[in-house]
Design a protein around this ligand. Structure first.
Ligand SMILES: Nc1nc2c(c(=O)[nH]1)N[C@H]1C(S)=C(S)[C@@H](COP(=O)(O)OP(=O)(O)OC[C@H]3O[C@@H](n4cnc5c(N)ncnc54)[C@H](O)[C@@H]3O)O[C@H]1N2
Ligand code: MOO
Length: 639
């Protein structure tokens, strides 16, 4: 039987349920170097004096201060140099009046001496000459002056940071008691494999148990990974039971939703209580909250961003409350760069903040890079359907916001990574496709757009500037990307015409690659004297659209199609064969006012450099037009 969601609980209702959990922190002893971020569960009382003895705080000579009072630059006094005292020994000597003992910084002061003259103010001939007087205790650090034996150096409840670790080490502590909370983490899914192992077909690497475990640690909890558990009710139940015996809280991921294999709520119900299944929040709706085998359990959704969002919203505050770990959330107000639609649920939308403008990170909750590329999130209440461009929003930040040298918006290409490295630029890349890049230039929100759009006429990029209403930007010619047929190594396909009888995977309408495919097909239709539609009707897979070059390669690799059109780089990275059909022109669009800015100048230098040309990955190459600047009006330079 499939599960329909019960009524979604509100965020407040979910928090009320969580508040009702009575979880006491445990106490664990950990090595001091592992303790930053943790909260002390004991008073730390020093059992030693720090320093444990009077020591010299400068290199020089241990003396009786009274012997030096008459010393002057032009009238040094003479003392008898007796011994030399290195650090690390207990000097069993007595420095008498009229005597001096050479001493190293940190060495034990010898008996008798009460001050140290810095070596700079002395000179040796047969005696020691002293040119400046010292007062009693000058350049001497006294036993216990840093920490006194019996002193409480750190109070229970202190959040430990690197600064406190030094104090612990100084008092001789190797380990320290901190509050702990054992948090069991279980990833479920037949499709999951451990990172580090080979990825078999149809499988993906387990993300959640790693991201969630490190998030638990950040909150002062002690993550215990139970690894990957297959979608098998008995297996999941057994691991839950084992985790409940040891852990204070259990976190599972996956299997929370409506599919037939999604059984988490049922296992929890059968072995405890489901307190909520479904929260009015996006992402993360199908989350489960309950108790299983007597322990609080959170069924986090399988989607990586959903899973971390539910953790951050509901689980992190709970763990922090118990471990005493603080979190300082920072908020900034900034203006939305684009309009955002929201529907129904309260939404926590991941956003990037770039120069005070807020951009949604559009990859969705199934992608882990959604959070990795975000600087924070904005909250959109359930009743708000639209946040307009220009509206001021409050962003909850994940950490410090990086200020980039240049903001790139457009179609990402592997060559861009090379260019960024060669230019040594901190470039923020917002990957929204060529059209998105041109819109950003038109709206004045990007410094550079990367585009590779092909017009039916066969011309790259320039016609689109006009089409997008861009009148005041320059086009900088970039580099060439080899486009061609991507086929398996054993393929009989050897030229473009061969795709007519094959099973193909096509690119999405609007993409440059699709336009290129159609131009080539039109030529064939013309040669054969048939209509374009007549030709494409008979191509198996013509209407199956993939949105990325990688998706084309994946379909060919997995045998879902025999051929697709894409770039050489991706074919080679996937171990596939490539038959070149054309060179695609990947160009940059830049507002003219920025051409003289230092960032763009560095970018242009790098683009035109030998180094860039040599470092480009296979399938990409510079040519005679690389770095050429085309100014408005574009039509004049068109033939
Ligand atoms: N018919 C419906 N389908 C879905 C609904 C719905 O309401 N009706 N909700 C969607 C939403 S919203 C979310 S969020 C997900 C949650 O799915 P589950 O918790 O059931 O998770 P799975 O189906 O097991 O996996 C979803 C997705 O995430 C991948 N995954 C799972 N675990 C991991 C992991 N540890 N590391 C990396 N990736 C993981 C998994 O392979 C799937 O691709 O459901 C929607 N569907
Ligand atoms: O709740 Mo799901 O997380 O919207 O993707």
């Amino acid at each position: 039987m499939r599960k329909e969601f019960r009524k979604l609980v509100t965020i407040d209702e979910a928090n009320k349920i969580i508040e009702s959990f009575d979880i006491q922190p445990g106490i664990t002893e950990i090595k001091i170097e592992d303790s930053p971020g943790r909260v002390l569960a004991e008073d730390v009382v020093s059992e030693v004096d720090v320093p444990p003895f009077n020591r010299a705080s400068m290199d020089g000579y241990a003396v009786h201060a009274a012997d030096t009072y008459e010393a002057r630059e032009d009238n040094p006094i003479r003392l008898k140099s007796v011994v030399s005292i290195p650090a690390g020994i207990n000097p069993e000597i007595h420095v008498g009046r009229g005597e001096a003992a050479e001493i190293a910084t940190g060495a034990v002061m010898p008996a008798g001496a009460d001050a140290v003259v810095m070596v700079e103010y002395t000179r040796s001939d047969k005696d020691l000459l002293i040119f400046r007087p010292v007062s009693i205790n000058e350049n001497v650090m006294h036993a216990g002056s840093d920490i006194m034996v019996g002193e409480r150096v750190l109070k229970k409840g202190t959040a430990l940071s690197t600064r406190e670790i030094g104090v612990l080490a100084a008092t001789g502590r190797r380990a320290v008691k901190v509050y702990g909370l054992d948090v069991g983490i279980i990833s479920t899914g037949n499709e999951l494999e451990e990172p580090g192992s080979k990825l078999n077909e149809g499988k993906i690497y387990d993300i959640n148990s790693f991201s969630v475990a490190s998030a638990v640690k950040e909150c002062g909890g002690n993550p215990i990974r139970y690894g990957i558990v297959r979608d098998d009710e008995t297996e999941i139940k057994n691991v839950l039971k084992k985790a409940a015996e040891r852990c204070d809280i259990i976190l599972t991921s996956g299997s929370t939703s409506a599919g037939s294999g999604d059984v988490m709520y049922r296992i929890i119900e059968e072995n405890g209580t489901v307190l909520a299944h479904g929260i009015d929040i996006k992402p993360g709706k199908p989350a489960v909250i309950g108790k299983v085998f007597g322990k609080p359990v959170f069924g986090l959704p399988g989607y990586p961003t959903s899973s971390l969002t539910i953790f951050n919203e509901f689980v992190a505050p709970l763990i922090r409350k118990i471990t005493g770990e603080k979190e300082e959330k920072t908020h900034i107000n900034a203006k939305m760069a684009v309009r955002v639609r929201s529907e129904g649920r309260s939404q926590l939308l991941p956003v990037g903040v770039i120069r005070g403008r807020v951009y949604p990170v559009e990859k969705g909750s199934g992608a882990i890079t959604t959070l990795a590329e975000a600087d924070g999130f904005i909250e959109i209440p359930s009743e708000v359907e639209m946040v307009e461009a220009g509206e001021t929003v409050s962003v909850t930040l994940f950490g410090e916001v990086d200020i980039p040298d240049l903001l790139f918006v457009g179609s990402h290409c592997l060559g861009l990574d090379t260019l960024i490295d060669v230019a040594s630029l901190k470039m923020r890349v917002i990957n929204v496709g060529s059209s998105g890049g041109l819109s950003a230039i038109r709206n004045g929100t990007a410094d550079i757009a990367g585009v590779h759009l092909l017009d039916e006429s066969g011309e790259y990029n320039i016609p689109f500037l006009e089409r997008f209403g861009i009148r005041d930007a320059v086009l900088v010619k970039g580099y060439l990307r080899e486009q061609g047929l991507i086929v398996r190594k054993d393929s009989k396909i050897s030229r473009f015409e061969d795709i007519i009888g094959a099973r193909i995977i096509n690119r999405n309408t609007g993409s440059g690659t699709r336009v290129l495919t159609d131009i080539k097909l039109r030529e064939i239709a013309l040669q054969r004297g048939i209509s374009f539609e007549g030709l494409t009707e008979n191509i198996d897979g013509y209407h199956t659209e993939a949105k990325t070059h990688s998706a084309i390669a994946s379909a060919v690799k997995l045998g879902k199609a025999d051929v697709g059109v894409g770039i050489r780089t991706v074919a080679e990275l996937n171990g596939l064969d490539f038959i070149k059909i054309a060179d695609e022109e990947y160009d940059f669009v830049i507002p003219p006012g920025l051409l003289e800015s230092s960032g763009i100048k560095r970018f242009m230098e790098a683009l035109r450099s030998q180094e860039f040309s040599e470092k480009l990955p296979p399938g990409l190459r510079t040519y005679e037009r690389t770095g050429e600047i085309i100014r408005m009006p574009y039509s004049e330079i068109r033939k």
